[in-house]
Design a protein around this ligand. Structure first.
Ligand code: GDU
Length: 351
């Protein structure tokens, strides 16, 4: 299940108590991995996670070590990073509205925090770091996306400017279904309360991914990364109108109310820009966007003739494979939250 090279090694997950961290544990805990370090700010969430592990997987619970800290605090990151072989960097501020109102908080966590993680990893001789980004970082229009775009710049610069033995790469996701505060749990709650679902714009599209796919993407990046690579999973998308219909097919029809687009929202998301498409390698289920390996001495790269700087199209939730309502139903049923909600047990879902 895990590559041979990971056996007996220590993996640290920043932001490890979130849904991504929990899914990584599900995938890796019973494998041959030596130790998993969960690094995060909230002691209550760590305590809940510790108890869940002891109850559900007592044989493996001792493999997990918890570190309280904040990526904003470089010393706390350095302390937790001692003896670590691999890092999955998932800690982030990722809510669009809160970042819009508090953009400097997004800068502190997403930009400076990432720089702290990368420097601690480089100084500590970590072998590989996989960072998690979002489609909202491509042609960003809101503060969350802009801070993630700058985070990506920090990643590529650190990868390029001499990271020693540390290979640093990045992954970019579309919407992970049923993450905390996201639209599918909202729709389910509205239906269960007998209210109409609130649709912003039925024509809006979003890439749909489940948590297992998110972890697969990170694992794929981990196994294939060259310094500064960006990995993207080919993902299908649906319109929000079809998504609302699909959720109602599963949970009952209570009607639809159109509420209009929110601050900082796009009609469609971009996973790969036109500039990146030009540097992309098709790897089956994934794209690898090679890092731009030029140095600052640009004139030596000049070639005569036409210089192409962008492809004809970017890779977006409008032009990727479009799911119809029936396919969207099948897709959302792959999310554990939806499966539990169908049995009235959504409170048990870890989000
Ligand atoms: O009441 C609502 C709320 C949302 N939507 C629509 O549903 C789609 C998804 O909305 P979410 O709030 O679930 O997701 P966002 O695309 O706004 O952003 C989400 O995905 C990001 C990653 O791309 C981050 O993880 C972020 O935290 C998370 O909220 C959007 O088209 C939105 O317009 C509705 O139709 N009605």
């Amino acid at each position: 299940m895990i590559p041979e090279s990971m056996v007996g090694k220590t993996l640290m997950i920043t932001g490890g108590t979130g849904s991504f961290g929990n899914t990584v544990l599900k995938h890796f805990l019973s494998s041959g991995i030596g130790e998993i370090r969960v690094f995060s700010r909230d002691e209550k969430k760590q305590d809940d996670m510790r108890h869940r592990l002891q109850e559900q997987t007592p044989d493996y619970a001792s493999k997990v070590r918890f570190f309280i800290g904040d990526v904003r605090d470089a010393q706390s990151v350095r302390d937790a990073m001692r003896g670590v072989d691999y890092v999955f960097h998932a800690a982030a501020l990722k809510q669009v509205p809160s970042c819009e109102f508090f953009p400097m908080e997004a800068v502190r966590t997403n930009v400076i925090g990432t720089d702290n993680v990368l420097h601690a990893a480089i100084d500590g001789g970590v072998e590989r770091v996989v960072c998690l980004s979002t489609d909202k970082a491509a042609y960003p229009i809101n503060a969350m996306g802009k801070s993630k775009a700058l985070m990506e710049s920090v990643i590529y610069a650190n990868a390029r400017n001499g990271a020693g033995r540390t290979t640093i790469c990045c992954t970019r996701y579309g919407n992970v279904m049923c993450s905390r505060g996201s639209v599918i749990p909202l729709f389910i709650g509205q239906i269960k309360a007998g209210e109409p679902v609130t649709v912003t714009d039925p024509a809006m599209t979003r890439f749909l991914m489940n948590l297992d796919e998110a972890v697969d993407l990170v694992q794929f990046a981990f196994e294939h990364a060259e310094p500064g690579d960006l990995f993207i999973q080919k993902a299908p998308a649906s319109t929000i109108g079809d998504l609302a219909e699909a959720v109602q097919e599963l949970f009952g029809h209570t009607g639809t109310r159109v509420i209009g687009t929110r601050h900082g929202e796009k009609l469609f998301e971009t996973l790969m820009t036109r500039e990146e498409v030009l540097r992309a390698e098709d790897m089956g289920n994934y794209y690898r966007v090679h890092s731009d390996s030029r140095d600052l001495n640009y004139d030596k790269f000049f070639v005569e003739g036409e210089v192409k700087t962008m492809a004809d199209e970017s890779y977006t939730s409008h032009n990727t494979r479009r799911l119809n309502v029936a396919e969207t139903v099948e897709k959302i049923k792959t999310a554990e939250y939806v499966r539990l909600a169908l049995e009235g047990r959504e409170h048990e879902a870890v989000q």
